[in-house]
Write a protein that binds this ligand. Structure first.
Ligand code: F6P
Length: 342
C-alpha cells in the first residue's frame, strides 16, 4: 500500500512517535510505502509531500513537534467542498489511503471525506485531552509534566515573596491540564471551565491559604470564566478560523484577586511552552502504539475508523464516535479535588 500521513491542528508532543510507529510497522510487516503531506491538509491540496522511507523516521520518536509541519487548513473551510480535490490528488500521487493525525476538527474533516468516498483513517490528538472516544491522548502527559514543573517553580518564588501566584494553563473548554497539574503541585485553588467558581470563592481560598502562612497558588485553565461575571469579562479576538484566541485570564484575575484578598499577586501564562519539547516516556509509548495500530487498522479495511486507548488496550472506533463529543472533567473528579482547596 502507498500511505500518506498528515498532522493537522495544533502540534502536540508525540506526533513524531506516531509517524515513526506507523512507518516502521508498515515497512516491516506489509512492505508499505509512506509519504508525508507537509502542513496538514494544505500539503494534500498542493500535492506537497516528502518521502518517508524507514531511514527518514530514525530517532524521531523522542522529538517534540512534527517533522511534517502542521496547519489548521481544511478541505471544507468557509463552506467549500474540497473532497473531490483531495480524491484527485490521491489518484495523481497513487496514494491508497491517508492517515490523519489530529483533533476534533481534523477527525470531523476525515469523517466527511470518508462519507465522500475518500480513504482515510484517524489517530486522535489533543494536548487538552478532551476527545471523548479515547481515555487519554498523547501529549497530555507531557503538558501536565511541564505545567507541574512550572507550578513548582512559581510556588518557590511565591513563597520567598509571600505573594499569590496565578498560573494559566491550556484548556479551551476543559480543565484536564489544570486539574492534573494543579493537583500534582498542591495548588490552593484550581479554576476549571466545567465548574466555574465565583470571584468571591476564589478569593476565599486565597485568603485561607495566606492566613495559614502559605503563598497561595492559583491554577486557571485558559477557558475559565468566573461564575456570575459580566458577559464581557473574558472577551477574546478571533483567529482566522473564527476560534477565540484564548490567553490572558490569569492577568485579568490578578488585580481583582489582589484587591479582594489583599495580597500582592502575580500572573504567569504558560502558553505554548506546554506543547513544545520532548514527549514523556508515557506519551512516546502511547503514540508509538497508536502509529502501529493505525497501520494494522488500514490493512484490516478499517477506513472511516480511528485508533483509541481504552484502559491499557489500543482499540478502534468509528470516526463518527469521536467527533463533537467533548470529554469534560466529571463531577466526581471535581468533588475529589475541591476538598483540597484553600
Ligand atoms: O487545542 C489545543 C490548544 O493547545 C489549546 O489548548 C489552545 O487554546 C490552542 O490549541 C492554541 O492554539 P494556537 O496554537 O493556534 O495558538
Amino acid at each position: 500500500m502507498k500511505i500518506g500521513i498528515l498532522t493537522s491542528g495544533g502540534d502536540c508532543p508525540g506526533l513524531n512517535a506516531v509517524i515513526r510507529g506507523a512507518v516502521l510497522t508498515g515497512d516491516r510487516l506489509y512492505e508499505d510505502e509512506f509519504v508525508g503531506f507537509r502542513d496538514g491538509w494544505r500539503g494534500v491540496f498542493d500535492g506537497d509531500v516528502k518521502n518517508l522511507p524507514r531511514r527518514a523516521v530514525r530517532g524521531i520518536g523522542r522529538m517534540g513537534g512534527t517533522i511534517l509541519g502542521t496547519s489548521r487548513a481544511n478541505p471544507f473551510h468557509d463552506g467549500q467542498d474540497g473532497a473531490a480535490l483531495v480524491a484527485q490528488r490521491l489518484e495523481e500521487m497513487e496514494i491508497d489511503a491517508i492517515i490523519a493525525i489530529g483533533g476534533d476538527g481534523t477527525l470531523y474533516t476525515a469523517n466527511r471525506l470518508v462519507e465522500a468516498g475518500v480513504p482515510v483513517v484517524g489517530v486522535p490528538k489533543t494536548v487538552d485531552n478532551d476527545l471523548d472516544a479515547t481515555d487519554y491522548t498523547f501529549g497530555f502527559d507531557t503538558a501536565v509534566q511541564i505545567a507541574t514543573e512550572s507550578l513548582d517553580r512559581l510556588r518557590m518564588t511565591g513563597d520567598s515573596h509571600h505573594r499569590c501566584m496565578i498560573a494559566e494553563v491550556m484548556g479551551r473548554s476543559v480543565g484536564w491540564i489544570a486539574l492534573h497539574s494543579g493537583m500534582a503541585s498542591g495548588a490552593h485553588v484550581i479554576c476549571l471551565p466545567e465548574f466555574p467558581l465565583s470571584l468571591e470563592e476564589i478569593a476565599d481560598h486565597v485568603r485561607s491559604a495566606r492566613d495559614r502562612g502559605r503563598a497561595p497558588l492559583v491554577v486557571v485553565a485558559e477557558g475559565f470564566v468566573p461564575r456570575g461575571v459580566d458577559e464581557h469579562f473574558a472577551d477574546y479576538e478571533l483567529d482566522e478560523f473564527g476560534r477565540p484566541r484564548l490567553g490572558g485570564i490569569a492577568q485579568t484575575l490578578a488585580p481583582i484577586l489582589e484587591e479582594m484578598a489583599g495580597i500582592e499577586t502575580r500572573a504567569t501564562v504558560l502558553g505554548h511552552i506546554q506543547r513544545g519539547g520532548e514527549p514523556t516516556g508515557f506519551d512516546r509509548v502511547l503514540a508509538t502504539r497508536l502509529g502501529s495500530a493505525v497501520v494494522h487498522l488500514l490493512h484490516r479495511d478499517g477506513l472511516g475508523r480511528m485508533v483509541a486507548l481504552r484502559g491499557t488496550d489500543i482499540v478502534d472506533v468509528p470516526l463518527s464516535d469521536a467527533i463533537g463529543r467533548t470529554k469534560r472533567v466529571p463531577q466526581h473528579r471535581w468533588d475529589e479535588v475541591r476538598v483540597l482547596f484553600g
